[in-house]
Design a protein around this ligand. Structure first.
Ligand SMILES: [Zn+2]
Ligand SMILES: [Zn+2]
Length: 268
C-alpha cells in the first residue's frame, strides 16, 4: 500500500462523507426545522429550541469526525485494490441469501459494538473526555449525526472497516450499509419523529430505533443506548420508549394485553 495513494483516497473519501453529511442532514434540517410548522407532517419530540451556537458546534464536530471516518475507509479501499480484504464483487461467489444475511450480520455486530462502547463512554471517568460533546446537543438537530469528540469518532470508526477484513461482504452491500448508517444517524437526531404513530406502535417501533427512541437518550442519558435495534436495550433493561411518550403508552398497553384466548392457552 503506498502512502500517496492512501492520502489521495482519504481526501476523496472525506469529500464524499462530508458531502453526503451536508446533503442528508441539510435536507432534513430544511424539511423539519426551517419550514413553517404547518407544513411539517412529523411529530416534534420536545419543545427545546437548539441555539445557533449548538448547531455550529454540531457541524464543526461532524466535519472533524468525517476526516476520522475517511482514514480507515481509505485503508480498506487501498487494501481491497491489492486483494487484501474479504470484500467481493461477484454475487454468485456466495449467493443472494448470503448477501442479504451478511447485511444483517454487519448491522447486528455494529449495533452490539455501538451499544457496549456507548454504555462504556457513559462511565463517569470517560463521559467528560469522550462523550460529553455528543450530549451538548440536549435537543439534537440533523446536524448532530456525526457530532462526536474525536476519541469517540475513532472508537466508532473502527468496527465496520475491521469487519471487511474478516467477514465476506459484497461491495454493493457495504455501500448500502454506509448510506443506511448515515441516514439512520441523521434520522435519529432530527428531533422530530418522521414515522407515523401507528408504525411506532407496531413492528417497526417495537424492534427498530427511530428518533423517538434516541431522543429519550439525549434527555435522560441512562437509557436507549443502541443504534439500529432495540434488542440490547430491552435485554439489558435500559429500554425506555412507551413510558416517555403519551402518544405511545395507552395504545401500546392495549396492543400488548393478551387476548382471552391467549391468556387461556398460556394457563394450560
Ligand atoms: Zn445521539
Ligand atoms: Zn450517550
Amino acid at each position: 500500500m503506498n502512502l500517496h495513494d492512501l492520502l489521495v483516497t482519504t481526501a476523496a473519501l472525506y469529500l464524499i462523507i462530508a458531502g453526503r453529511y451536508f446533503a442528508i442532514s441539510g435536507l432534513f434540517y430544511w424539511l423539519l426545522w426551517k419550514r413553517e410548522p404547518e407544513k411539517v407532517h412529523a411529530r416534534r419530540l420536545t419543545p427545546l429550541q437548539p441555539s445557533a451556537a449548538v448547531i455550529r458546534a454540531e457541524i464543526r464536530w461532524s466535519l472533524i469526525s468525517s476526516v476520522i471516518y475517511a482514514i480507515p475507509g481509505a485503508i480498506v479501499i487501498e487494501a481491497w485494490k491489492h486483494s487484501g480484504t474479504a470484500m467481493y464483487t461477484d454475487v454468485s461467489q456466495y449467493g443472494w441469501l448470503y448477501l442479504i444475511a451478511s447485511v444483517f450480520v454487519y448491522l447486528f455486530l455494529h449495533d452490539t459494538y455501538f451499544y457496549w462502547t456507548h454504555r462504556l463512554m457513559h462511565h463517569r471517568r470517560l463521559f467528560r473526555v469522550m462523550h460529553k460533546v455528543h450530549h451538548d446537543s440536549r435537543q439534537p438537530t440533523p446536524w448532530a449525526a456525526f457530532s462526536f469528540h474525536p476519541y469517540e469518532s475513532i472508537i466508532g470508526a473502527l468496527l465496520v472497516p475491521a469487519l471487511t477484513f474478516v467477514v465476506p461482504i459484497h461491495v454493493g452491500a457495504i455501500l448500502f450499509i454506509l448510506v443506511l448508517m448515515t441516514i439512520c444517524s441523521v434520522l435519529n437526531h432530527t428531533g422530530y419523529e418522521v414515522f407515523p404513530d401507528r408504525w411506532l406502535r407496531g413492528f417497526l417501533g417495537r424492534h427498530f430505533i427511530t428518533a423517538a427512541h434516541h431522543n429519550v437518550h439525549h434527555q435522560k442519558y441512562t437509557c436507549n443506548f443502541a443504534l439500529y435495534f432495540r434488542f440490547w436495550d430491552k435485554l439489558m433493561g435500559t429500554d425506555i420508549m412507551e413510558e416517555a411518550y403519551d402518544f405511545l403508552g395507552p395504545t401500546r398497553a392495549i396492543a400488548t394485553a393478551p387476548t382471552v384466548a391467549q391468556a387461556a392457552s398460556s394457563e394450560k
